[in-house]
Design a protein around this ligand. Structure first.
Ligand code: ADP
Ligand code: RBF
Ligand code: MG
Length: 173
């Protein structure tokens, strides 16, 4: 049994390029995850946005989070719910890198590797786990999606879809 408790966190507004991950999100699990670029070991030469991502990656508790996401620069710039995995993917022993990955709860018509992903991470639901089987991991991820979606229906969190973080800079009044 997977136990989930929603814990609010200080909202984390992050933006990063979508980079290639292990390539198994869609193919092996059936859940595509957009991996955010993390500039490890480059502390001195980062933009403020890159520093924020690095800070979040370094200091956040590994686990599953909920939030809102928007892909910038593609055909679909909607703000959608997302379930996010932050950590080491302990189910897979070959994973030696900490990742920030967003499974956006929306069907996109196109792949968006290389585009900008903006997110507001709002809360934490559970630790990452190693499961008995791939099916058990898949069930857990599906359950996380449902749980995250419910949290985001709360009016306070739903109003973040209108947050200035998601408004293009040239359209801010
Ligand atoms: P990778 O290992 O390169 O991250 P994945 O199999 O996890 O590959 O697929 C992630 C890619 O799928 C994203 O970078 C994005 O281009 C695309 N994608 C399409 N729909 C979604 C979605 N709903 N959520 C996340 N990524 C999506
Ligand atoms: N990986 C794990 O090793 N353990 C987990 O408990 C776990 N939970 C996840 C929950 C969600 C909602 C998502 C989107 C991913 C999760 N992952 C977890 C990460 C998953 O293994 C990873 O996205 C794929 O391996 C592709 O890199
Ligand atoms: Mg991925």
């Amino acid at each position: 049994m997977v136990s989930r408790v929603a814990r609010a966190i200080e909202f984390a507004r992050l933006t990063a390029e979508v980079v290639h991950g292990f390539g198994r999100g869609s193919k092996l699990l059936g859940f595509p995850t957009a991996n955010m670029k993390i500039c490890w070991g480059q502390e001195d030469a980062l933009t403020p946005e890159e520093s924020e991502v690095l800070k979040f990656a370094s200091s956040s508790k590994p686990g599953i989070y909920y939030g809102w996401a928007k892909v910038v620069g593609g055909d679909d710039e909607g703000v959608y719910k997302t379930a996010m995995s932050v950590g080491w993917n302990p189910h897979f022993e070959d994973s030696k890198v900490k990742t920030i990955e967003a499974w956006i709860l929306h069907d996109y018509a196109e792949d968006f590797h290389g585009k900008e992903l903006r997110v507001i991470i709002c809360g934490y639901i559970r630790e990452e786990a190693k499961f008995e089987s791939l099916e058990a991991l898949i069930d857990a991820i599906q359950g996380d999606g449902d749980f995250c979606s419910q949290q985001l229906d709360h009016p306070t969190l739903h109003s973040l879809t209108q947050d200035s973080w998601f408004v293009p800079a040239n359209k801010v009044m």
